[in-house]
Design a protein around this ligand. Structure first.
Ligand code: TXA
Ligand code: MG
Length: 344
């Protein structure tokens, strides 16, 4: 299959993409978090094409995207009061709600679960596409299964060229990590995947929530939350500990041990880059650790860039788990195969 790439800057291109979706094809499009690979969420044959293109196992359910509240009855069966509060506060935005599924959503979308994950993205192109298609769009991240999520059209091309009908190029995504997945079918509500809306913001409305991911002591409740995920090809070594100086020293020590015979990549906040300039390593800055938003927005791009440089190992640092920091830690922890190297 020939994959077309179109700039998402004209109504005509959006219309073309929406036509493809309506005809049961797959289209990659930007959201505020990462690029999604979309298909008509009510058409099981169309959704099956997403799983094939990504090489995604069918036990991993996908998120349904809506452009308006009017689309919700097609997707969910009833909306509890607490969901309305969250919708009012965070939609459009990076919050996915797990609710009871409506009959029009085929089982392939939810991997046979009685629940469905739904969100309204905060991105003009995504909203225009869904609106123009006139149907909810099922869309996981537009990467090959297990690879870091794509934050620009080039990343989608790297993974899916020749496997999907169209890529709508809307530039680089703003947030850079995926949405928060919040299960509202249990009590207290549970964060199945930390993301763009922080645990603190949710607790401001909900009171206590349980967190099943990003804690470093994971219970995998969401089918897609496997131990190794978001992983570059290189082996990720995640270092953490209370004393930053000792953690950096341990990283430098490990580099010396690994260096003979391997290429080493390092991914740290700008402030720590100077510790790795004298080594023969590929060091990438993640933005300042004082702004975890900046780190989040560069995370997946940095993993892909280091893979392209052909490194065997990526050494990286666990940072603050507050706010969006929890999502950053979660992605790094999973990329490391759930192994945190604690330095006392
Ligand atoms: O920001 C995002 O969420 C991006 C953009 C494209 O919207 N999408 C995304 O989709 O990250 P995906 O498929 O890569 O991740 C969806 C996550 C998976 O961990 C999946 O297991 C979980 O949501 N999920 C989907 N439906 C679920 C359900 N019914 N119950 C529990 N977890 C569910
Ligand atoms: Mg994904």
């Amino acid at each position: 299959m020939q994959t077309q790439v179109l700039k998402a800057d004209s109504k005509e291109n959006i219309r073309l993409a929406a036509d493809l979706i309506r005809r049961g094809e797959t289209v990659a499009f930007p959201t505020e978090t990462v690029y999604g690979l979309g298909a008509d969420a009510t058409d099981k044959a169309a959704v099956a094409k997403i799983f094939t293109a990504k090489g995604r196992p069918t036990f991993d359910p996908i998120i349904v995207h809506v452009a308006s509240i009017a689309m919700l009855p097609t997707v969910v069966n009833g909306i509890p009061e607490v969901a309305w509060q969250l919708i009012d506060t965070f939609w459009p935005g990076p919050l996915t709600l797990v609710l009871a599924k409506a009959g029009k959503i085929p089982d392939i979308v939810t991997a046979g679960l009685p629940t469905v994950a739904v969100r309204m993205p905060q991105n003009e192109i995504a909203l225009a596409l869904i609106e123009e298609a006139g149907i909810p769009i099922g869309a996981p991240s537009a990467n090959s299964f297990g690879r870091p999520s794509p934050t620009c059209a080039d990343h989608v091309i790297e993974d899916l060229d020749g496997k999907i009908a169209l890529i709508l190029d809307g530039g680089t995504t703003q947030i850079g990590v995926e949405s928060t997945v919040l299960d509202l079918t249990c009590s207290p509500p549970a964060i199945l995947r930390p993301g763009g809306v922080s645990r603190e913001c949710l607790e401001g409305i909900l009171g206590k929530v349980s967190v099943f991911s990003g804690t470093g002591d994971e219970v995998f409740k969401s089918p897609g939350q496997m131990k190794q995920h978001y992983a570059p090809r290189a082996k990720v070594l995640l270092f953490g500990g209370k004393c930053r100086e000792r953690v950096i020293a341990a990283m430098r020590e490990r580099i010396k041990e690994l260096k003979p015979g391997s290429e080493i990549g390092v991914m740290v906040p700008e402030e720590e880059l100077s510790h790795f300039t004298d080594e023969d390593v590929v060091a990438i800055g993640l933005g300042s650790f004082t702004t975890m938003e900046a780190v989040a927005s560069k995370l997946f791009e940095a993993m892909r860039a280091l893979d392209k440089r052909g490194v065997d190992y990526i050494l990286t640092l666990a940072l603050s788990r507050e706010g969006i920091g929890l999502a950053v830690f979660d992605r790094l922890f999973k990329a490391s195969g759930s192994q945190l190297i604690e330095v006392d």
